[in-house]
Design a protein around this ligand. Sequence first.
Ligand SMILES: [Zn+2]
Length: 300
Amino acid sequence: MDVIYRYDPFAPLEQPKTPDAATAIRRLTEGNERFAEMVRRMQERTLGGDAGEPIVIPVSPITLGLPLYEGAIPTQAPYAVVVGCSDARVPTEAIFDQSFNNLFVLRIAGNVLGAEGLGSIHYAVANLGDSLKAIVVLGHSKCGAVTASVDAYLSPEGYIDIAATHALRSIVNQIQIAVRSSAQALEAAAGCPIHKLGDYRSLLVAVSVYVNAAVSAYALQREIERPDGTGPRVYFGIYDFETVRVRCRPAGHDEFVPSGMRPAPASSQELASYATEVAHAFLNLDDDDRDRNCKLTMKW
Ligand SMILES: [Zn+2]
């Protein structure tokens, strides 16, 4: 299987126009689907499948945001801000199949936002507004920062070591809101003391990853909103290692959920109902299936 970057100086490429937030999110979603399809083909090939047609990626200095000639400096023109986690397994441009100059990227453990991160976003909104159409908070499954927050929630005695370091404590504390909301949502969705179940820790991490991205998006939307209610829209999504897709809800049994992102919750009630939706999805519950004395079917 060949992946070919092809440069033709006589066929310059135009960047797709991104007039609004919906187009920005569509470009990211389509890029993630291209990435997922490439990974799927590689996996097939690994298992002995046919190499198939080569994947040809046309490139040009202009589309890549590189100098067209020595000394030329490209103008910065990203169409989206992405706030992702520092996790080395989730390189932002690669999973969205984007090139240079498309994304303004912040990566902080647990995709939480402190003063410097927020300042960077304010800078982008104020100075890159001509091209910038959307902001995305990107969480990911199996997040170490979220896992540390879940551990601090479940075993407060282990939190002492983290609490001694101001910077680490700041990350873990910011994620606590999502962890506590997720724990409440799971308990309510299960209708029983689910925290006594065997692999509750993994379940709580899985739900908290989704809720944490939604919490960050909610907080960020409020932070950057102008007094007149205008400003870029904030969205969120979660990169799932199993499917290599960015989505905003987990898939049920044998269910295919395509790539996609959602607007940040508009209120604390919307945030709570999102936590409930994710908890239900992970527990594989339907509405009239509550009273089962904790005999739950989990998806792992
Ligand atoms: Zn992470």
